[in-house]
Design a protein around this ligand. Structure first.
Ligand code: GRF
Length: 233
C-alpha cells in the first residue's frame, strides 16, 4: 500500500495485488464495440496483460457481439425490454452471468443501462466506465452535442469508477481534445473516440500493474495513479 504523508489522505485497501496472472475482464456493451476492439487489440499486441472472459450485451443486435465472437470470446445477451423485468431483476441476471467467472474488473464500454448498488456491491471498486466527455461536465447522453452547444473549447473522455449515480464515480483518467469552430457532432465524436481507444486500454494496463489506488481525501474518494501519468495533455 502506498504511504502518504499528508494527514488528510487515507489510502483505502482496494484493488488486490495481482498475482502475475492476467486481469480477467467482463466487458459490457450495447452497440458498436469499438472500445471493446481497442481492448482486444491491446491484449493481442501484449501491451495489456488481460483476458476478456465474457462480453455481455443488453442488445442482441450489438455489433460488438460479432466482434467478440470472431475473437472466440464468450458472449451473453441479457435484454431488458420495458415492463418485462425490473432493473433489480436485470441487474441480478447480470450478476448471475458473471459470478462464477472470477472477474477482476467489469468494464462498461458503451453500456447504456444503469447498474444498481446491489450489483455494484459484488464488485467494490471494480467497475469502470468510459464516457465521452470531460466529467463532471456533461454526464448522461448526447454529450458531444451538449459540448458543442455549450461552446466549450476543449472536450475529451473520462474513465471513472462506477457508482449508482450516472457518470459520477471517482475519475481515474482523462484525455483532452480541442473543439474546432467548424466541428459537427460527428467530427467531434470521432476525435474523442480516437482518444477513448487509447485511454481505456492504458487505464486497464495500469490496473494490471496495480498502479491505481483510491484514497479518501477531504471526505471524498480520489483516484491516485502510482506510476507515470497515463495521459499528458
Ligand atoms: C463511446 O463513445 C463511449 O464513450 C460511450 O459510448 C460509446 C461506445 O462506443 N459510453 P463503442 O460501442 O465502444 O464503439
Amino acid at each position: 500500500m502506498t504511504k502518504h504523508h499528508s494527514s488528510n489522505i487515507t489510502p483505502r485497501p482496494n484493488f488486490p495485488e495481482p498475482a502475475g496472472a492476467p486481469l480477467k475482464l467482463a466487458v459490457f456493451i450495447s452497440g458498436r464495440g469499438s472500445n471493446l476492439e481497442a481492448i482486444v487489440q491491446a491484449i493481442a499486441e501484449k501491451r495489456l496483460q488481460a483476458v476478456v472472459s465474457v462480453v455481455i450485451s443488453d442488445n442482441a443486435g450489438a455489433k460488438g457481439l460479432e466482434l467478440a465472437a470472431a475473437h472466440g470470446i464468450l458472449t451473453k445477451v441479457i435484454e431488458r425490454r420495458p415492463r418485462e423485468k425490473s432493473s433489480a431483476q436485470f441487474n441480478s441476471e447480470l450478476h448471475e452471468a458473471i459470478k462464477t467467472l472470477d472477474i477482476d474488473l467489469v468494464v462498461l464500454a458503451g453500456f447504456m443501462r444503469l447498474l444498481t448498488s446491489e450489483f455494484l456491491s459484488h464488485f467494490p471498486d471494480r467497475v469502470i466506465n468510459i464516457h465521452p466527455s470531460l466529467l463532471p461536465a456533461f454526464p448522461g447522453v448526447n454529450v458531444q452535442a451538449q459540448a458543442l452547444y455549450a461552446g466549450v473549447k476543449f472536450a475529451g473522455c473520462t474513465v471513472h469508477f462506477v457508482v449508482e449515480a450516472v457518470d459520477a464515480g471517482p475519475i481515474i483518467a482523462q484525455a483532452v481534445v480541442p473543439v474546432m469552430d467548424d466541428d459537427s457532432v460527428e467530427s467531434l465524436s470521432a476525435r474523442i473516440l480516437e482518444q477513448e481507444h487509447r485511454l481505456l486500454p492504458s487505464v486497464l494496463e495500469a490496473f494490471s500493474r496495480n498502479e491505481i489506488k483510491i484514497v479518501e481525501r477531504d471526505n471524498n474518494s480520489r483516484v491516485v495513479l502510482t506510476s507515470q501519468p497515463i495521459w499528458k495533455v
